[in-house]
Ligand binder design. Structure first.
Ligand code: ZN
Length: 241
């Protein structure tokens, strides 16, 4: 089984379409999504529709729950709040219902999924360093956990008592170890590389890696500006920040 792991699509249809095309070339068998389908970009309804069409297992991100009114968005950035409000006005009730029904974790045969950290998943905390990673490793029965939320790809490893981050963005899995893989963001990368990101997990060869894909950034920016969303949400796409 070859999985594509998508996270933080953030209503960026141009990025999502480019990734779905790349997934076909990569001969992906199954798509999963780690949440934040909506927020920031100008195509929430179409991104939700495509996600529902392709993705087999999907969990919620904080933006999905904020749009659905399940969590308070007052701790979001000003731009984030503006995007939540705009999104609520531009999706159907049925889409909102779909977002509100998403679970916060999903445990399957080969891996477990959480949006932020696996530990206390419903609070959507950022998993950024080895201390955060250790907290999530402690509640992992599976060998592999996929996360998003930071929009920065990173692989953490637990080998015995040691927890560390790998320098690169791919790994051949060692059965004795556990892994937490942040697959980065489809629709708003923040690691300084403006290309869309997603993860591939090949459960046969036991290989995991983050792929980067070029997409029509200018097209996504035009729509954000035409929608009247905050200018910085358009500008940051070309910076990957
Ligand atoms: Zn996000």
């Amino acid at each position: 089984m070859r999985y594509a792991i998508l996270s933080d699509i953030h209503s960026n249809l141009e990025a999502l379409e480019a990734i779905l095309l790349d997934c076909r070339r990569q001969r992906v068998d199954m798509y999963v999504c780690l949440g934040d389908i909506v927020g920031y970009g100008a195509d929430p309804a179409e991104c939700v529709r495509l996600t529902r069409k392709f993705v087999k297992r999907c969990i919620a991100g904080n933006h999905d729950y904020a749009v659905a009114g399940k969590i308070d968005a007052s701790y979001f950035t000003k731009d984030g709040q503006a995007a939540v409000f705009w999104t609520q006005q531009n999706v159907s009730f049925e889409t909102i219902e779909f977002l509100s029904r998403l679970p916060v974790t999903d445990r399957g045969d080969d891996f477990v999924m959480a949006h932020g950290s696996l530990h206390d998943a419903g609070r959507f905390q950022y998993l950024t360093d080895v201390v955060d990673a250790a907290g999530s490793f402690s509640c992992m029965e599976e060998n592999v956990c996929f996360v998003g939320h930071t929009h920065v790809p990173r692989i953490f490893v637990q080998a015995g008592k040691n927890v560390y981050a790998l320098p690169g963005q791919e790994a051949e899995l060692d059965k004795r170890y556990k892994y937490i893989v942040n697959v980065g963001s489809v629709g708003q990368p923040r690691d300084g590389i403006p290309m869309a990101a997603y993860g591939i997990y090949d459960a046969e060869t036991e290989w995991i890696g983050v792929h980067r894909v070029r997409y029509d950034i200018a097209g996504a920016q035009r729509k954000i500006r035409a929608a009247g969303l905050p200018e910085d949400l358009a500008r940051r796409l070309e910076l990957g920040r």
